[in-house]
Design a protein around this ligand. Structure first.
Ligand code: ADP
Length: 255
């Protein structure tokens, strides 16, 4: 899409000179459209848990809840509040990454240890899903924003557990190939169809909305990975086959 702007320039002693500006507005329009879409999606995603919270609170206020139902109702309110909080945290993180990253320093980060931290954080969830979670590889150091990188690997491994099957496995690997550090998260889960592979990194894009709601995801996990990778000048490689599993590799620049 091109926008044309014609402008008249009157020069001295000349009658008229016409200048034609040709501006490629495709990118600008697309960015604007994405922003509008994002705002609409955010509003919708924030309203859903809030509407449930208000519903439960109203029922409790009206006194029609049996005493034994009070605790489960409070539990539902808390779960929706947690969902809301996770969503708000993800939105803040994305907007920080949009503005060039959180105001955190880049420092040498040992990747195998970072993978171990992520495994420890996810061990409980993996056990609940009956998924084995392992870390493998060699110690290797990359320049990174520690918290951002940990969040990225967490998001990948969290998905690898969530979109898996009972008895399945997840491997988080750190190492270097050709002097370039990498982190790789592989799973034996449901896989991502070729048509969805490029789209899963878009904000709020989910292959299966109902399944994703069940897994408690915000739909922002992989966009955070994408923006975080750009911040680290890292490449993302995705390999996936339906019903077989998914492998996502983050490749960092050579030290
Ligand atoms: P969500 O919070 O829904 O998990 P993400 O941005 O992390 O959002 O992922 C987007 C979508 O990509 C998910 O809803 C899911 O459909 C798909 N997806 C992500 N990771 C995997 C994976 N390891 N295996 C299968 N599907 C995945």
């Amino acid at each position: 899409v091109y926008s044309l702007t014609a402008s008249s320039v009157a020069g001295e002693g000349q009658s008229h000179a016409a200048v034609l500006f040709v501006v490629d507005s495709t990118e600008r329009d697309q960015a604007e459209r994405q922003r509008q879409e994002f705002t609409a999606n955010v509003s919708h995603e924030l309203k859903t848990p809030l509407t449930s919270i208000m519903g439960y609170a109203e029922i409790m206020e009206n006194g029609i809840v049996k005493p034994e139902d009070v605790a489960p109702f409070a539990g539902k309110i808390r779960a929706e509040a947690v969902r809301l909080l996770t969503l708000i945290e993800d939105i803040i993180r994305l907007s920080q990454l949009d503005e060039g990253g959180a105001p955190a320093p880049f420092e040498p980060v040992e990747l195998l240890a970072l993978c171990g931290t992520v495994r420890d954080r996810l061990q409980h969830k993996a056990a609940a899903h009956k998924v084995t979670l392992a870390v493998t590889g060699k110690p290797v150091t990359a320049q990174a924003q520690r918290r951002t990188l940990e969040q990225m690997v967490f998001n990948l491994a969290d998905n690898a557990v969530a979109y898996n099957r009972a008895g399945g496995s997840v491997t988080i690997e750190a190492g270097a190939e050709g002097g370039a550090p990498f982190i790789r998260v592989s799973d034996t889960g449901i896989g991502i169809a070729p048509a969805d592979q490029a789209r899963v990194f878009e904000r709020f894009y989910r292959v299966d909305k109902s399944h994703s709601k069940m897994t408690g995801g915000t739909g922002l996990g992989l966009s955070i990975v994408k923006h975080g990778a750009a911040l680290h000048h890292a490449k993302i490689e995705l390999q996936s086959a339906l019903g077989v599993g998914t492998t996502i590799t983050l490749r960092f620049p050579k030290a």
